[in-house]
Design a protein around this ligand. Structure first.
Ligand code: GLC
Length: 553
C-alpha cells in the first residue's frame, strides 16, 4: 500500500471527546522544506553511547573506542542505525569531556584517530553510522585558543570584559569569571568556570554591557569558520554528523533565538555544500524552532528548555508523568507539542524524544518504576513518528543508581552513567580492571539486567525492543513519514499509524478501555500484544499493557 508522505496529527481534544474522525479534523503540515536531504535519518534509530561507560577493551577501568568496536555486533543485532558518541577529545575532564582542549584530537584514554577510523569502518560494514558531539559553545580553559586569548587584549575569540568595563567594587556581572591572567578583566563562562564561552556575539547591544559585540564582528566570524573546520576534520574521517551541544545558546541575549538560528543555518548551508549527506542534531529542546528556523535535521524534546521549559519531556517520563503507575498523567502535553512541531517542520526534519541521557534526563528505570512498566514505554516510543533515540543500557532497563561519588564534574549525573552491563562475568563484562578502578561503580544489584541474559530470553525487554525495531523497519507505516491519528491521549494512549497499525499503550497499574472509531478493530491481527481484550470496537488494555494490531491483514 502506498503510504502518504504527509504526516497528520489529529487534534486530540476532539479525539478524546469521542468526535467522529473526518478530514476536517486533520491538520496538514506546511509544505516540505528540504525534501530528500539526509533522508537516512528518517529511517534510522539513534543509539547514544557514553564512551567512558560502554566497554573497556584495555583493562583501564574506563571505556574506549576499541571497546565500542568490540560491541558493534550487539548494536547491529538490536537494529541500531546510528551511534552518537559523547566527547572523546583531549580534555582536562572537569565536565567529563565537555571541556575540550583540542577539537580535532582524541583523548588517549579512548584511543587514537586510527581507532576513530576503525570505528567508522566497522560500523559502516554493519550498516551503521557514527555521529560525534560538537561542543561549539565553549572550550576548556586549557584550549590553546583560550590560552592565546588570555595573552592578548585584542583577541576576541571569547567574550571578555576589560577592567574599565567592570564594576569598581570588584564584583563581576553574572556568568563572568576573573581572568587567570596575564590579560586583565573577566571572561564569560557557559557552564562551569572551566568552560569559557566562545564569542558568537550578542543579538542586541546594551550600553550597560559595553563588552557586547555584534554577531558579524571579527571574533564571531572567525569562530564560525573555526567550527566549520572542526566539522570538516571529523567528516573527512567518515563521521556522519554531529549532536550539537547547547545549540540554542550560542548567540547571547537572543530572546527569540533568531540570531542563533541564523548561525546554525549558515553552518548547515556549509554542510550542504561540502558534506551533503551529513546531519546536525541539536541539543536545543524545541524542535518547532530548531528544525525549521535553525535548519537542524532533528531536535530533541529535553528535560529542560523549549515549550514549558522541559514540560513536554517531563510530562511523559518525570513529574506526574504519563508513564507512571498511578495513571494521573496525560499524554496531551506531548501530543499537542508534537503536533505543533510537526506542523512547523513539515518534511524539513525530525523530532526526537529520548527516554534518558547522560544529563538530567534520568533513566526510565529510575527507582520508581518497576521493570514491568518499561515495555509500554517502548511500545509507544518505537511506534510514534519520531526518530527513536536510545540511551545505552536503556534497552535492558538498566537502573538509575543514586548515592555514587561525583566523577569529572558529573554533579549528580553519574547516576545515569554507570557501566554497561554485558554479562554475568566480573564487572558485568564491562572491564577486566579491579572493581575499584572502574570509571563509575557498577549497579551493585546481583540481579542487575545484562545483555547476555536478556538475549537468551524471548520475553525480555531487549528482545521486545529488537522486535519493535524490526517491525518498524519492515513497515514504513510505523516510521517517521507516515500519518498518526490519535484516538485518545488519556489511558490508554491509542493511535493509528499509516492507516494500518493500531497501537494502544496503558502505562498505569489499572486496566483501561477505549472505544476506537474504526470498524476494522474487531478483525485486527495482534502483532505485539500483552493481553489486550477486544470486544467489538472496544479495547481493554491491562495494567502496564500494550498492543500493536495490524488492521490491514
Ligand atoms: C550539555 C551536555 C552536558 C554538559 C553541558 C556543558 O548540556 O549534554 O553534559 O555538561 O552541555 O557542555
Amino acid at each position: 500500500m502506498p503510504i502518504s508522505r504527509r504526516s497528520f496529527v489529529l487534534g486530540t481534544g476532539a479525539a478524546a471527546a469521542g468526535l467522529a474522525l473526518g478530514p476536517g479534523l486533520l491538520r496538514a503540515p506546511r509544505a516540505a522544506a528540504a525534501g530528500g536531504k539526509a533522508s537516512w535519518l528518517a529511517d534510522t534509530v539513534l543509539y547514544q553511547l557514553y564512551p567512558q561507560s560502554f566497554a573497556d577493551s584495555d583493562g583501564s577501568g574506563i571505556g574506549d573506542l576499541r571497546g565500542i568496536v568490540d560491541h558493534l555486533d550487539h548494536l547491529q543485532w538490536l537494529g541500531v542505525g546510528a551511534i552518537w558518541v559523547n566527547p572523546i577529545f583531549p580534555s582536562p575532564l572537569t565536565d567529563a569531556g565537555y571541556d575540550i582542549a583540542d577539537y580535532t584530537g582524541v583523548n588517549e584514554r579512548y584511543g587514537t584517530q586510527d581507532d576513530v577510523a576503525l570505528l567508522v569502518e566497522e560500523s559502516r560494514k554493519r550498516g551503521m553510522r557514527v555521529l560525534f558531539d560538537l561542543v561549539a559553545g565553549h572550550t576548556s580553559d586549557q584550549h590553546p585558543w583560550f590560552e592565546q586569548s588570555c595573552q592578548d587584549d585584542r583577541d576576541s575569540r571569547y567574550i571578555w570584559a576589560s577592567p574599565d568595563q567592570l564594576p569598581d567594587d570588584g564584583t563581576l556581572p553574572d556568568s563572568f569569571v576573573k581572568s587567570p591572567g596575564p590579560r586583565q578583566g573577566a571572561f564569560y563562562k557557559n557552564y562551569y568556570e572551566t568552560q569559557p564561552a566562545i564569542n558568537y556575539g550578542y543579538a542586541r547591544m546594551n550600553p550597560d554591557e559595553p563588552w557586547r559585540q555584534p554577531v558579524d564582528a571579527d571574533g564571531p566570524r572567525q569562530n564560525r569558520e573555526a567550527i566549520k573546520q572542526v566539522m570538516d576534520h571529523w567528516l573527512q574521517l567518515g563521521v556522519s554528523g554531529f549532536r550539537c551541544d547547547m545549540a540554542g545558546t550560542l548567540v547571547k541575549d537572543d530572546p527569540d533565538k533568531a540570531e542563533t538560528a541564523k548561525l546554525w543555518a549558515e553552518m548547515h548551508q556549509w554542510l550542504d555544500t561540502h558534506h551533503p549527506d551529513a546531519v546536525l542534531i541539536s541539543e536545543w529542546g524545541d524542535p518547532a524552532v530548531a528544525v525549521p528556523q535553525a535548519r537542524f535535521d532533528a531536535d530533541f524534546f529535553l528535560q529542560v528548555s523549549g515549550p514549558g521549559d522541559g514540560a513536554v519531556w517531563r510530562s511523559m517520563w518525570d513529574e506526574n508523568p504519563y508513564f507512571g503507575a498511578d495513571g494521573t498523567g496525560s499524554a496531551k502535553t506531548f501530543v499537542d507539542a508534537f503536533n505543533d512541531a510537526r506542523e512547523k517542520i513539515g518534511e524539513g526534519g525530525h523530532i526526537m524524544l529520548p527516554t534518558a541521557n547522560h544529563d538530567t534526563a534520568n533513566r526510565l528505570n529510575n527507582g520508581k518504576r518497576t521493570p514491568e512498566e518499561l515495555p509500554a514505554a517502548y511500545a509507544f516510543l518505537l511506534t510514534w513518528p519520531l526518530v527513536p533515540a536510545l540511551y545505552y543500557g536503556e534497552e535492558i532497563g538498566m537502573k538509575m543508581i543514586e548515592g555514587l561519588p561525583d566523577v569529572e564534574g558529573s554533579d549528580g549525573r553519574q547516576r545515569n552513567r554507570t557501566p554497561m552491563q554485558w554479562d554475568s562475568g566480573p564487572n558485568a563484562g564491562f572491564s577486566s580492571a579491579p572493581a575499584d578502578k572502574l570509571y563509575i561503580p557498577q549497579d551493585p544489584d546481583p540481579n542487575r539486567p545484562t545483555v547476555e541474559q536478556q538475549r537468551g530470553d524471548d520475553k525480555s525487554l531487549l528482545n521486545f525492543i529488537r522486535r519493535l525495531l524490526q517491525l518498524r523497519k519492515d513497515n514504513p507505516e510505523l516510521g517517521t513519514q507516515a500519518d498518526v491519528r490519535v484516538f485518545g491521549d488519556g489511558y490508554p494512549l491509542t493511535y493509528l499509524r499509516g492507516d494500518r497499525f493500531l497501537v494502544a499503550v496503558n502505562p498505569r497499574r489499572d486496566e483501561a478501555s477505549i472505544d476506537v472509531p474504526d470498524s476494522r478493530v474487531p478483525n485486527g491481527k495482534p502483532v505485539e500484544d500483552s493481553g489486550v481484550r477486544i470486544d467489538g470496537q472496544k479495547l481493554t488494555v491491562p495494567g502496564f499493557g500494550y498492543g500493536v494490531f495490524d488492521l490491514k491483514s
